[in-house]
Design a protein around this ligand. Structure first.
Ligand SMILES: Cc1ncc(COP(=O)(O)O)c(C=O)c1O
Length: 384
């Protein structure tokens, strides 16, 4: 169906940070399938994990215990400090599960039909509840009636959250760094303030780390930059390195609200997805992996700041690790196209923010090469 405004190329092959189109043209992929292929394309370890599992067991359903799923749950709980995992197939599904878990938790505590505070400019996915949680009206248009039980505060504005809290409030759901909304990291005092508010008011803090999680910001989970612990976390995208998988992690007391029959997914936590995801996590916890993301992220950000200093049309360079955005004073789609012609794949986050999401394994040489292509595209954009 006509749901995507696609670029006029077909990507047919990938290796590391590079992809090739059907005409054989090579590109540096600084999008990673929208923050998914964090170990790059055709990583031999992931290929191996998938191949081994494909020869063993593809699918058996959640009627039975799935060994790679149990292993993955243990690893994610160990890394997050949370206690239980539920597996889905996408980010929207992970968020949908989070919303259901919050509602069930409060329905057991004399607050059925609780409200969830979400944020303007957020993005949580396209299923109806995730779409409603998404605080951008452009995504809502044509899809009313939306799901009841959501109210919208301003991101990085604690006062706007306080004003919305009432007897029906059950949770606050937030991205530690807004991705689709324009690459906006939460201010430390904001995210820490939300945690304190939740503690004081007895609310659940739900973090959507679908885009910013799994090493993207230089910590395994973005909230680890802030020294806080959430009650619930949604993951997807890079969790499977390109194989579809989503996960919901929760503190035990919260997770216990779900009992058999409350929530399910035929494919969620499928052996193939979990085998690949186990390998993703194993690589990301190897010594030096996250340090590389921090170092190379700083390297890219410093170069972008340098580039911005030379131009009049840059408003701000922002982000953490390898989730960076450059906001311009004008519409950047022509620049995205010029970059593509020069063999650099980039993506917009809103009309004026150029977003950088390269594989976390990207090297300095590849960053240099990408910046060179960007610089030429910028010159061309300025002249045109
Ligand atoms: C923060 C966030 N949450 C949820 C989603 C939805 O994920 P999916 O497209 O896998 O449903 C996205 C996708 O961009 C996202 O960035």
């Amino acid at each position: 169906m006509n749901t995507y405004g696609r670029f006029p190329i077909s990507v047919v092959r990938g290796e590391g940070v590079r992809v090739w189109d059907a005409d054989g043209k090579e590109y540096l992929d600084f999008i990673s399938g929208i923050a998914v292929c964090s170990l790059g394309h055709a990583d031999s370890g992931l290929v191996d994990a998938l191949y081994q599992q494909a020869q063993t067991l593809w699918h058996c359903s959640n009627l039975y215990w799935i060994q790679p799923q149990v292993e993955l749950a243990e690893k994610l709980c160990r890394e997050s400090g949370l206690d239980k995992a539920f597996f889905a197939n996408s980010g929207a599904e992970a968020n949908e599960a989070a919303i259901k878990l919050v509602r069930k938790y409060w329905s057991l505590r004399d607050k059925p039909g609780c409200e969830i505070i979400v944020f303007r400019n957020s993005f949580h996915g396209r299923t109806l509840a995730a779409l409603t949680a998404t605080g951008q009206e452009k995504y809502h248009q044509g899809f009313t009636p939306l799901v009841p039980g959501f109210v919208y505060a301003d991101f990085n504005d604690l006062e706007s959250v306080r004003e919305l809290i009432n007897d029906r409030t059950g949770a606050i759901m937030v991205e530690p760094m807004q991705g689709e909304g324009g690459v906006h990291p939460a201010a430390p005092e904001f995210l820490q303030g939300l945690r304190e508010l939740c503690d004081r008011q007895g609310l659940l803090l739900v973090l959507d780390e679908v885009q910013c999680g799994m090493g993207r910001t230089g910590q395994m989970f973005a909230y680890q930059h802030y020294g806080i612990q959430p009650d619930v976390v949604a993951l997807a995208k890079a969790l499977g390195g390109g194989f579809p998988i989503g996960a919901l992690l929760a503190r035990e007391e919260v997770a216990d609200a779900f009992i058999p029959g409350d929530h399910a997914s035929t494919f969620g936590g499928n052996p193939l997805a979990c085998a690949v995801s186990n390998r993703v996590v194993d690589v990301m916890v190897e010594p030096g992996f996250l340090q590389h993301v921090n170092d190379i992220g700083d390297y890219l950000k410093n170069h972008l700041l340098e580039l911005a200093r030379e131009r009049q049309d840059v408003v701000q360079v922002r982000g953490m690790g390898l989730m960076l955005g450059v906001e311009f004073t004008r519409d950047i789609m022509p620049l995205v196209e010029l970059c593509r012609h020069r063999g650099l794949l980039l993506i917009a986050a809103g009309p004026r923010v150029l977003r950088f999401l390269p594989p976390l394994t990207v090297s300095r040489e590849e960053i240099d090469s990408g910046l060179e292509r960007l610089s030429k595209a910028l010159d061309e954009w300025t002249v045109s």
